[in-house]
Design a protein around this ligand. Structure first.
Ligand code: PEP
Length: 242
């Protein structure tokens, strides 16, 4: 991060009703250290954004959304726009998470690019997810794949308001995380490709209490995206307090 803080991105995916979200917050806000120096961002499902937004007012925890449509209004059943998110004090959005790509066609095509620009138009910082499958890694294609993902997504996107999430797809929700030194290497490579030293780049993929120390110690890694472990307030607080 530009302010030097490590990012903790908590992606709840399709978990937690509004009631469960508030229960989580009641525990979580009490368990994190008052003087922690992390940028903590919760990504609840859309249905909980309103209630969490009110609850987070006056705290250091920020709010993010799990997806964004590129238009502000329109006939797009089931979609949510940046205009709507901005009104809820959403400051970040995940774009192109692998679990969304499994539901949509043409990954990393023009729509990714449009989503990134829509977020920026509404002063929301997008987190662009990139990463390789196990087959691509085995074939030694990791850098080639990520390079294509980046160049397709980033045309005319403002690199000053962007976070990259390196999520090795084979590590998402599998319990098998990328070695910290390898994640560090790929992230250093991404930063070099983008030609921007201060762009925040985080790692995601089976982050746990056992590997968080090694990941956070890596000089190129600006934080983590946490999925499964972020659903439990005590587990997430341990990551923040680490
Ligand atoms: C994610 O959903 O982005 C993620 C990294 O999940 P998990 O921590 O469960 O691997």
């Amino acid at each position: 991060m530009k302010n030097g803080k490590k990012l903790i991105v908590a992606n709840w995916k399709m978990h937690k009703t509004q009631t469960e979200s508030l229960e989580f917050l009641n525990f979580f806000l009490n368990e994190i250290k008052k003087d922690h120096d992390r940028e903590v961002i919760l990504f609840p499902p859309f249905t909980s954004l309103g209630v969490i937004s009110k609850h987070l007012y006056g705290t250091k925890v920020r709010l993010g959304a799990q997806n964004i449509h590129w238009d502000d209004y329109g006939s797009y059943t089931g979609s949510i726009s940046g205009l709507m998110l901005g009104e809820l004090d959403v400051k970040y959005v995940i774009v192109n998470h692998y679990e969304r790509l499994r539901c949509e066609q043409n990954p990393y095509d023009k729509m990714t690019n449009l989503r990134l620009k829509a977020a920026q138009r509404h002063a929301i910082t997008p987190i662009l997810c990139v990463g390789e499958t196990q087959e691509q890694r085995n074939a030694d294609e990791t850098e080639k794949i990520i390079d294509t993902q980046l160049s397709n997504a980033l045309s005319d996107v403002d690199l000053n308001n962007l976070i990259i999430g390196y999520e090795s797809i084979w590590a998402i929700g599998t319990g098998e995380s990328c070695k910290p030194s390898e994640a560090n290497r790929i992230i250093a490579w991404i930063r070099k490709q983008l030609g921007k030293k201060d762009i925040p780049i985080i790692y995601g993929g089976s982050v746990t209490h056992s590997n968080i120390k090694g990941i956070m110690a890596q000089p190129e890694i600006n934080g983590v995206m946490v999925g499964s472990l972020s659903l439990d307030p005590t587990s997430l607080a341990r990551i923040v307090n680490f």
